[in-house]
Design a protein around this ligand. Structure first.
Ligand code: ZN
Length: 93
């Protein structure tokens, strides 16, 4: 993996599990915790392939952690937002 994911990064689930299954594609969340060599005996819901041990990442707002290899870091430049966009965001609908 060319990019390293750290606690606090915003990431998106962009890949299925190694078995080809996997829900929650497109899920987005901030990294809360990274657990290397995690193995809780979890299996794929679809084909029951054993998923661990692997590095898993807990994301804010998601009950179950995700395998690190499924995630891609999203790197929005928060400071690059224009004044106009800022105004639009603040304006009530
Ligand atoms: Zn599967």
């Amino acid at each position: 993996m060319s990019e390293s994911i750290k606690v606090g990064d915003l990431v998106m689930v962009v890949r299925p599990l190694w078995c080809g299954h996997g829900k929650k594609l497109g899920a987005v969340g901030a990294v809360i915790q990274i657990l290397p060599n995690h193995d809780n005996g979890e299996k794929c819901d679809t084909c029951h392939a054993l998923l661990g041990p692997s590095t898993v990442v807990s994301l804010a707002g998601h009950e179950r952690p995700f395998d690190l290899y499924r995630l891609k870091r999203i790197d929005p430049d928060a400071n690059a937002i224009s004044e106009d966009a800022r105004k639009t965001i603040k304006e009530p609908a």
